[in-house]
Ligand binder design. Sequence first.
Ligand code: ZN
Ligand code: MN
Length: 272
Amino acid sequence: MTSDHRAAQAEPAEVHLAMMDAVSWRRWATQPGSTVLIPVGALEQHGPHLPLGTDALLADRIAAGVAEGTAMRVAPALTYGYKSQQRSGGGDHLPGTTSLDATSLIAMTRDLARSFLQQGVAHVVLVNGHYENYQFLYEGVDLALRDLGAGRREDQAALLLSYWDYVSATTLETVYPDGFPGWDVEHGGVLETSLMLHIDPSKVRLDLAPDHPAAQLPRFDRLPVVEARTPASGCLSSPSGSDAAKGRLLFDQVVEALRTDLVEELALPDSR
Ligand code: ZN
Ligand code: MN
């Protein structure tokens, strides 16, 4: 096999920093504009048809798609998240849902963001895939910056975002031709199911996917939760109408919009 042949067969460049050696890491991390994406998900029931790790898996694959062909790198995902809430994830009482207390998630986020910045990384970007995490990631990042205090270089910064905020109105119309139910009840529904069908169809059991109207939940949270308010399937809206083409559209559109935003905001070279 010639080297040309090998190059033609080569996988896309490795973007996961867990696969880097320490010497390359040090050289990379201390370059101007070095940017680490940290995907964050959850271990959470997603109905009978999707894996428990869906949120982390989607955040990781989207982050890798964003980083591909750029100088950005993707840190190992946080695969546990804050407690699932009934009005956004069905509830923390459901089997399979295995969650962190807020203090744990804040502490993990704070430690990781501070460590990457102390090693010279210019930007840390939290790529969130689990609705309930967001404010605790915000707190962790805020405390990490407070820890650095005057030791923070002027160019160092952290960003955080949830990937679904990058889905455009045009994409929404295509993915939900009968009307969009809202991001809060998009749990085990068309977005996550379609994305999984695009990314890893072997992990989706469409034959087991439930079909029921979107959950009608109160405007308040009640603790302990009234379990009967969560649809028996564990999904807050129906995955009916999910397909890999919608998943590909969502993935490509979100990755492109997110990459464009990061490149512009962080003044990164877009080497593609
Ligand atoms: Zn999810
Ligand atoms: Mn979730």
